[in-house]
Design a protein around this ligand. Structure first.
Ligand code: AMP
Ligand code: MG
Length: 270
């Protein structure tokens, strides 16, 4: 099953994505209880592999999360990070760039916080905002943003060539589900802090965002840094898919504990 969910959600390099063909409510025949059990098992295995990744110190992993507002990025991180050792794991969140960040190329602030060898880093939003909100809001000209897809591919190739595995997860929710979640935020005082009235202005541009996502997913899914389209209306299914993709990626690294120092067999601790 691990392989089929992984393969089923992966955007094949060069393939043109039409999001209308991807059902955000799809659960691929899974029932919730079984999915939760499987997810919990996956998270345990991920934690075990993280230990080896950190000990070996040769490979790292970058997990990029993108979604519309209320798409479930925070919940996904909470679920995934639960099993990880904070010593070898970081989350980096990207807001609108500061004046200093804007004075550099758009990848400057990203490169600085990429994982080193032995580390797992989760991006809550990413350099893809520079071809999403920036494109939709026309914060730079088409001439500028249209060149960024190729720049992103070159950049990710560079990062991958240093031993960092990259997976990119687009949490795909429907416009109706976003409405439900935003209404829930309005109705629940403990969620008010998450409600941002500017999210409504972005919601008004839903179709433009879908076009921008389609372009990013089509142009930037590569062998070394694939995109996955995660059906995310059902949170339990989203968490299952994310755990499957992360686990399979770590398994493919063929991680091993480093060889013990020579002579260890005869060492006695007195
Ligand atoms: P949140 O993730 O809810 O904290 O919101 C962060 C906000 O920062 C979102 O509205 C993003 O669209 C915005 N943002 C992130 N990266 C960029 C960027 N490169 N340019 C403009 N806005 C951005
Ligand atoms: Mg927000």
């Amino acid at each position: 099953m691990a392989k089929s969910l992984y393969d089923g959600m992966r955007v094949k390099p060069g393939k043109k994505v039409h999001l209308g063909k991807w059902d955000p409510a799809d659960t691929h025949g899974w029932d919730e209880e079984k999915a939760r059990e499987k997810t919990a098992g996956n998270i345990e295995k991920i934690a075990g592999l993280q230990r080896v990744l950190a000990a070996q110190g040769e490979r790292g992993m970058l997990i990029v999360l993108q979604a519309m507002d209320a798409g479930g990025k925070d919940g996904t991180i909470r679920n995934l990070a639960r099993g990880l050792n904070p010593l070898g794991c970081r989350v980096a969140a990207f807001k609108a760039p500061t004046p200093e960040e804007l004075s550099h190329d758009f990848l400057w602030r990203i490169h600085k916080v990429c994982p080193g060898r032995g580390e797992i880093v989760i991006f809550n939003r990413s350099h893809y905002e520079d071809v999403l909100v920036v494109r939709v809001r026309e914060l730079v000209s088409r001439k500028v943003w249209s060149k960024r897809y190729a720049r992103i591919n070159e950049f990710e190739d560079l990062v991958a060539s240093a031993g960092i595995s990259i997976v990119k997860l687009y949490l795909h929710i429907s416009k109706d589900e976003q409405k439900r979640r935003l209404e829930e935020r309005l109705a629940e005082p403990k969620k008010h802090w998450k409600f941002n009235t500017s999210d409504l202005a972005e919601r008004d541009r839903w179709d433009l965002y879908m076009e921008a996502y389609e372009a990013a997913l089509s142009e930037c899914s590569t062998k070394k840094a694939p995109w996955f389209i995660v059906p995310a209306d059902e949170k339990w299914f989203r968490d299952l898919v994310v755990s499957e993709v992360v686990l399979k990626t770590l398994e493919d690294l063929d991680l091993r504990f480093p060889d013990p120092p020579p002579g260890l067999a005869s060492v006695v601790v007195k």
